[in-house]
Every structure is written in C-alpha cells, then in structure tokens.
Ligand binder design. Structure first.
Ligand SMILES: [Zn+2]
Ligand SMILES: [Zn+2]
Length: 318
C-alpha cells in the first residue's frame, strides 16, 4: 500500500513475557539475575516522592464538592504536591505528595535479564552477551535525573562463576506496579516500520492521510506497523510528544532504541495478538502478564549509545 516504506523496515524481538519460574541463567523478566556473589547489589538512596491523603472534616467536605477556582488555588498553595481531591464513601481527602529522605538505601529490583543468544535484536557493547535491567520501584523528585532511577548492567555470562542465590529485597517499594512478576520469555522476531513523522515527508504524509480515513477498530498503519508489549529493538512511536531527538549526551549521535517496557501486551485491536492466545481477544487484564505499569498505562523506551564507553542511556515515556 505504501511503496518505498519497505526500505525503512527494522526488526524487533517481541519478548512475550508470561508468568513462570525462570532460572537464574536464562532470559526473563523479574526473577533473579545472574549476579556475582562478590559484587555489591546496587541500591537507591532516595529521596522519594510519597503520595499523601489529608482527610477533610465532614463539615468542610461540602465546600470541596464544587470548589471554586479560589479554593483550588488556596489548596495548591498550601498542600505540597497538590493533585486534587477525592470523595469516596469513607469521606473526602485532599491528595498531595511529599518528598521523604530514606534512612537507608533501598536495593534495586530486577526488571529483566536478556541474553543475546535468546533475543536476536539485542545488540550488546563489545565483549558483553547479557543485558540486566534494574530499577528503583519508587517515585523520584522531578529534579532527579530523568526517568526512573534505572541501571543497565552489561555482562559476559561466562564470567559469573559464583552467582548470588537471592537478591536483597527492596527496603521501600511503594509502587507495586513496578515490581515485575517473574516471567519466562517466548522471543519472536517481527518486522516494524517507523513512526510516520520519521519517514520522508511525502511518504509519511500519505500514510497519515490513510490513517485519518480509518475508523475505530479498523487496522491502520499505526496499529500494524509497530508491535505492542515488551520488545527489544524496532521503531519507537511518538503519539504523545511527536518525535524527539534521542541523541547521545556524550557523542551527540542518534541513540538506538534498546528496550520497550510496555504496560500492556495488547494496545487495542488484535492485529498483534498471538494466535495461541486468541481466546484473550476480549479480555484486558490478561494482557498485563508482568504486572508492570509505567506512567499512565504508557510505554517506557530505553535508548542507548553502543559506541561510547559506559553505554550512555536515555529514557522516554509515551
Ligand atoms: Zn529510588
Ligand atoms: Zn555516544
């Protein structure tokens, strides 16, 4: 339908994580990482952002049912991190946030371990054949380094001769949505195509015009050109922000899309649903096998520069 687009095809490996009992040495999500016993486990010292709920006395709750702009501004001035009010059967609360320092650093949580031998699109820096992803499952202040404090550890699997048996548990994990369930993987290589604004103007415009004619539930370039779910490589989508340059902070060359952590394995439409799971067609909850949600049911994309030493990383949430 769109002659010329084939020149921009790129492969991705869908990981298809599903709850299971992964071993320490294979590729998996959650679970235990292949980690040398004598290497310190990384930890986040904080500080962290904590959600607060301030109860409102019943005689004042009526004021907050339809608050005036003046009342809302007053709350925003007085309540740190004011994010609105909420009324339930239990009463009315004012929602805010506060920044807390932690008495002790909290061990990071294993997000994924990927072996190049299992994941065809995993390109490793020279000498490495395993990628390990860890993060802190808490919210961090906006002035902290961008994104979730995350660590990418590149290893050579054969160099770990005496692996650690059990990872230290996080001391604080206030966001259960960032504690991945142990999942085994079923890697599958697929072909993807770039976001329309990252194609030559005329071609991209033709694709955009076509998509504008598609109705709800009908396949479009948008729905079939990029796979949903956790995946390695492929093309990033930019439906929230329009394309942003993801250049290496050190050498200023464009970085590569390494890993996408998705809040769902199925983003509406069943074009990418595995045939083995066609019975899940109408279900929503069955498409969140990892239990991980990032942002507001968004995708977290991790970009890397494989040329620079230390493999610089950037994150983008869409
Ligand atoms: Zn943290
Ligand atoms: Zn670089």
């Amino acid at each position: 339908m769109f002659p010329g687009v084939e020149a921009f095809a790129r492969t991705a490996t869908r990981l298809h994580p599903r709850p299971g009992t992964p071993s320490v040495s294979d590729s998996h999500v959650g679970g235990m990482l292949l980690w040398p016993r004598d290497e310190p486990w990384p930890a986040c010292p904080g500080p962290h952002v904590v959600r607060t709920e301030i109860p409102v006395p019943p005689h004042l709750a009526a004021l907050l049912m339809r608050p005036s702009a003046e009342v809302m501004m007053g709350l925003a001035e007085r309540v740190p991190g004011f994010r609105g009010t909420m009324t339930t059967e239990a009463g009315t609360v004012i929602l805010g946030t506060e920044v807390v320092s932690e008495p002790t650093a909290s061990p990071l949580v294993a997000v994924a371990q990927l072996r190049a031998a299992d994941v065809p699109d995993l390109r490793c820096p020279s000498g490495a054949d395993v990628l390990q992803v860890l993060w802190c499952p808490n919210d961090h202040p906006a002035d902290a380094p961008t994104g979730l404090p995350m660590l990418l550890k590149w290893r050579t699997a054969s160099s770990v001769v005496d692996p650690l048996d059990v990872a230290p548990a996080p001391v604080v994990a206030r966001d259960q949505d960032r504690l991945p369930r142990p999942c085994v993987l079923h890697p599958e290589q697929v072909t993807e195509y770039p976001w329309w604004q990252e194609l030559p103007d005329e071609l991209g415009r033709r694709i955009r015009d076509f998509d504008d004619t598609r109705g709800f539930g009908e396949d479009s370039y948008f729905s079939v050109s990029q796979a949903p779910g956790w995946k390695v490589g492929g093309c990033p989508s930019w439906e929230v922000s329009d394309p942003r340059p993801m250049d290496c902070p050190r050498c200023h060359r464009p970085m590569e899309l390494l890993l996408t952590i998705d809040s769902t394995e199925n983003r509406g439409g069943d074009a990418w649903l595995p045939v083995e799971e066609s019975h899940l067609r109408t279900s929503h909850t069955d498409h969140t096998p990892t239990g991980v949600t990032v942002g507001r049911f968004a995708r977290l994309r991790i970009f890397v520069c494989l040329i620079c030493p230390d493999t610089p990383m950037r994150q983008s949430l869409q």
